[in-house]
Design a binder for this molecule. Structure first.
Ligand SMILES: *Cc1c(COP(=O)(O)O)cnc(C)c1O
Length: 456
């Protein structure tokens, strides 16, 4: 399997290339040259998430690793999870919840980041290189990256934390890690300011000394998508599904929904994908009205979904709507600099059916959380609650709703709603007793660059 860019000017890339490189050289996103087809009988026979990964991962990594090697690697990748049941399911009357939050930082991003960091470590070691991860975070990505990389001595991780809407637990998950290859930097600026510094670093020729590679772990990295494809196949294997299958997914940068779409293209019989968003509704406006236009971000009680554009969305436009016409994709996204994108109306209409979408206000999110507690004694974090709106609607589908964060990440909100949390996450218990180590920095590219270089 090789990979190419959605914009047509970067191709023949191996699994190892795209692990290290992230964004394609022409500004597009990497996609596989074709969709491998998965044998559903084999999936049905899987007992664990790891068993599924042993089928999915070789399908994408075959040019770089042989199948036996990859299968034995899978046993090591998710070792950092506190429980060996990586994904757990809760079945309700006529829907199910897939709990994806049992990883070390209590968010589904642990799956993707543990996979990326494992391969980055491995590939860098083979090439006698060192890696520097630089990223900005509004909450969950930073802590998942820090916890995925902290044991790999050939990788140093620098995460920029903006001022703003992050919960205390989310901050402490980053600031209390003691390993000396981890740097949590509190920047006096917004999330967008932090993103700009990261972009500038990736656009500089000599940001780091020669034997260091600058690495991104944001949600466009294809390896993160692979880990997520696995939980759709695993849901199919683990849940007894007798009706048409619908996945409902709380969405921000569209990485998770795109992974479900990839599973569909690889043969999983999905009839509906529900894209559930908060007041930051660019995706809902697209799926309902063919209007993908950028607005200002509004802060909400589901901060990991507060986005103004969805960075993985280009992959869907390229593969699903444009049927891999890279030239048109290139034009659309080059023009998107203006902040607006719309498809030809006939084309848009011809593709209706697979995707649905829903916007859930903060008020409604709180109501759904209350409803689950009152009716099922089940504590649902605000991100997961947004996806559960679709599960509560009557339909002929079996809805599997993705639960992406553990309630323990948002204790203040649960206190305010008077909802007790019955099952605590083991990794979040002692956080408030640990000492914090945050490095304060002005929002200044050269100061941050110097700091990073002096820390290598
Ligand atoms: C990142 C995140 C999301 C959004 O996922 P995308 O793949 O960016 O759409 C939803 N919920 C939680 C808890 C997250 O951390």
């Amino acid at each position: 399997m090789l990979f190419h860019s959605t914009r047509g000017n970067d191709s023949h890339k191996s699994f190892k290339d795209i692990a290290i490189q992230g964004l394609a050289t022409d500004g597009g996103l990497y996609v596989p040259d074709f969709w491998p087809q998965i044998d559903l009988d084999q999936i049905k026979a899987c007992k664990t998430y790891g068993d599924v990964a042993k089928i999915i991962l070789p399908a994408f990594a075959s040019d770089s690793f042989d199948e036996i090697e990859i299968r034995s690697m899978v046993d090591d990748i998710w070792q950092g999870f506190p429980s060996k049941h990586l994904v757990q399911f809760k079945n309700f009357d006529d829907f199910s919840i897939a709990e994806l939050f049992h990883g070390p930082t209590a968010a589904f991003k642990d799956f993707g980041l543990q996979l990326v960091s494992y391969f980055l470590h491995h590939i860098l070691k083979e090439d006698n290189q060192n890696g520097v991860i630089l990223g900005a975070t509004s909450g969950d990505t930073g802590s998942a990256a820090i916890h995925a990389c902290k044991e790999y001595s050939n990788i140093k991780t620098f995460i920029l934390l903006p001022e703003g809407n992050m919960s205390e637990v989310q901050r402490r998950q980053m600031s209390t890690v003691k390993n000396n290859n981890i740097f949590a930097i509190k920047v006096s600026g917004t999330f967008d300011d932090c993103q700009d510094i990261v972009k500038q670093a990736f656009n500089s020729d000599q940001f780091l000394p020669q034997n260091f590679s600058l690495l991104a772990v944001n949600s466009i990295n294809w390896l993160r998508i692979i880990a997520q494809i696995c939980y759709y196949f695993y849901s199919f294997s683990a849940i007894n599904i007798t009706k048409p299958l619908c996945f409902s997914i709380p969405s921000g940068n569209f990485g998770n929904v795109f992974s479900a779409y990839a599973a569909y293209k690889m043969g999983l019989p999905i009839k509906e994908l529900c894209v559930a968003v908060n007041d930051n509704d660019i995706l809902d406006r697209f799926f309902k009205n063919n209007d993908y236009s950028k607005n200002l971000t509004v802060p909400t009680i589901s901060p990991s979904m507060d986005i103004s554009v969805a960075s993985n969305f280009e992959r869907l436009i390229y593969d699903y709507y444009l049927e891999r016409d890279a030239m048109t994709c290139n034009q659309l996204f080059t023009n998107f600099k203006s902040g607006k994108l719309a498809l030809n109306d006939d084309l848009f209409k011809s593709k209706s059916g697979l995707f649905s979408s829903t916007v859930v206000s903060q008020e409604e999110t709180r109501k759904i959380m209350k409803y689950f507690f009152d009716n099922y004694k089940y504590a649902l974090d605000p991100h997961s609650a947004i996806a559960c709106k679709r599960a509560l609607e009557k339909s002929d589908f079996h809805v599997v709703s993705m639960a992406t964060a553990h309630p323990d990440k948002f204790p203040d909100l649960f206190r305010a709603l008077d909802i007790p949390i019955a099952n605590h996450h083991p990794a979040l218990q002692d956080l408030s007793n640990l000492e914090e180590r945050l490095i304060a920095m002005p929002c200044d590219f050269s100061i941050i660059k110097n700091f990073i270089n002096n820390s290598l």
